[in-house]
Design a protein around this ligand. Structure first.
Ligand code: SF4
Ligand code: SF4
Length: 97
């Protein structure tokens, strides 16, 4: 039996290997999500919670202000919208793609 599993294991294709840290920006991951965040600058209070929590560095900042979303790398995880503190409306809302 062990022999059988050893043989099957060798037939498996080699999976993705991460050979260097911080290489996420080299990959287009923006097509992965079903939802995307939409930023509303008029409501934003510039607290930077979204920027701190985004796991893909997809919150775009210019001249010290959050200005937009990097849709090339955003995976649509919704953490930015969840953490956005503005009320009653959030400055980042998730919409279906
Ligand atoms: S949805 Fe996720 S990946 Fe996209 S900007 Fe928000 S926190 Fe970042
Ligand atoms: S978390 Fe919301 S209010 Fe804070 S900077 Fe991001 S979009 Fe603006």
């Amino acid at each position: 039996m062990k022999k059988y599993f050893d043989a099957k294991y060798k037939e498996l294709p080699i999976g993705g290997l991460i050979e260097e840290a911080g290489n996420a920006e080299k990959y287009v991951t923006g097509t992965w999500g079903t939802f995307k965040p939409v930023f509303n600058a008029e409501i934003c209070i510039q607290c930077f919670f979204c920027w701190v929590y985004c796991p893909d560095s997809s919150i775009l900042v210019k001249d010290g202000k959050v200005v937009d979303i990097d849709y090339v790398h955003c995976k649509g995880c919704a953490i930015c919208s969840t953490e956005c503190p503005t009320k009653p409306e959030k400055a980042i809302v998730m919409v279906k793609k």
